[in-house]
Design a protein around this ligand. Sequence first.
Ligand SMILES: Cc1cc2nc3c(=O)[nH]c(=O)nc-3n(C[C@H](O)[C@H](O)[C@H](O)COP(=O)(O)OP(=O)(O)OC[C@H]3O[C@@H](n4cnc5c(N)ncnc54)[C@H](O)[C@@H]3O)c2cc1C
Length: 463
Amino acid sequence: MRYRFNWRRNTISSSVGGDEIRLDEGRWRAESYGPGYRKAAEANAGDMKGKFMATIAVIGAGIVGASCALFLQRDGHEVVLIDPEEPGTKTSYGNACSISAASIMPTATPGITRKIPGMLMDPAGPLNIRWRYLPRLAPFLLALLRNTTPERSEANGEAIANLVDGVMPAYATLLKDAGVESMVRRQGSLKVFRTEASFNASRRERDLMTKHGFSFDVLNSDELRQLEPGLRPMFERAIYTPDSATAVNPGRMVLEFTKTLIANGGSLLQEKALGFEVAHGKVTAVRTTGAVLGVDNVVLAAGPWSRELAKDLGASLRLDAERGYHVMLKMPETPIRRFVLFADEKFVLVPHEDGLRLTSGVEYAKVDAPPDYRRIRNMIALAAGVVPDLDQSEQSIWCGNRPTLPDSVPVIDRSPRYANAFLAFGHSHLGLTLGPVTGRIIADLVAGRDTGLDLSPYRALDR
Ligand SMILES: Cc1cc2nc3c(=O)[nH]c(=O)nc-3n(C[C@H](O)[C@H](O)[C@H](O)COP(=O)(O)OP(=O)(O)OC[C@H]3O[C@@H](n4cnc5c(N)ncnc54)[C@H](O)[C@@H]3O)c2cc1C
């Protein structure tokens, strides 16, 4: 027998009789995590121990999971979001805040293999590999190399581009539902170049944007100065994408989305998902550290931690972590107004509600390897070279894991093995951008609606 647990009404009902038992405090341990937050660490009600029911369980409360949860709730489902951590505190917390209307270049591009040795040799460079991790990483790197042909790279860029049309409408829906429209600012984004030669090297990227109809302007140094007076006048060219936006604080935004889920009757189960119970070709329950959650459907959106659970759902994927770092600095007197990618220096500066965020780097290492902050700290001096009067004192420092497949294309698919299980992870450098549109697509898949997209590039097989 399974039991359906309703956090809002604080009741539990059996799936057989349907009669509701009101739970008094103490029979279930429910801890408060601020307004609307509860923890179902342990069900302690006789033979009901640890068993309750959700229509849909979403595993992972990052931008992808929270977006899936909200779109599913909009369709009328009872949703339980499962995460042992506070929502929005992992990869979705520390990124470069960009909701990009134009970055569709995958990591694997035709010239990349020639550039990699130089990047690896440079101790202040943007790429690092922890060599001890190489044996485990080798299949990922070989698959990445296979994706560097012009045909593959172009197809991967196209798969990403096809998601971009849905980005802003999906964001508008979630921001409005959560009442936090002001958390995303549409001020465009910039990529700046020191020399005409480095600008010319971006031709492929511009061709791809033109091909997909993304609008952008090429600026000279005077035009750039008008947009970003806080930069030293040392950049010859810039690409300005007016339709891009920045989240003022991505971690807090995910938290706001989760609060909305709960305010509208959903739940947050603060536990780790360990595996699944299955019967007759379907997932019947999610096993967590403290409970067995009976489900009608399950969505796996655990970012870089999705690999093993995905295997249990029939999807063996080369999901790995491209780690990245940030440091928070004080915002200079003449503020940086929007996301700026420095093409030659290989870092990003972006305004955040807590100051100026400097992000950089790709590091291949185990997800739980201790962070190595040396490279990102080296970048602070480089940032002072492009922003006059930058206070170089470090306010905070962070390391996170981009969930990445060798083709840089996310998995958005039904499980190959269980018809009621769905997969949504692997958003790599663009998870903040693509999280909400992924949520919309997953809700369409669950509902059996036409997604309006060819979903084959996002399949959960052979990747
Ligand atoms: C330095 C850096 C800069 C970036 N800049 C940008 C940018 O500007 N724009 C952009 O679009 N993207 C950017 N990204 C990428 C983006 O941040 C990620 O793609 C995105 O946050 C991934 O979201 P997610 O929800 O899949 O993963 P996460 O945010 O990591 O969420 C996964 C959640 O799953 C939970 N979880 C794990 N295991 C379990 C389990 N067993 N049971 C339950 N829960 C579990 C975790 O606790 C976590 O909360 C950047 C990334 C980095 C590192």
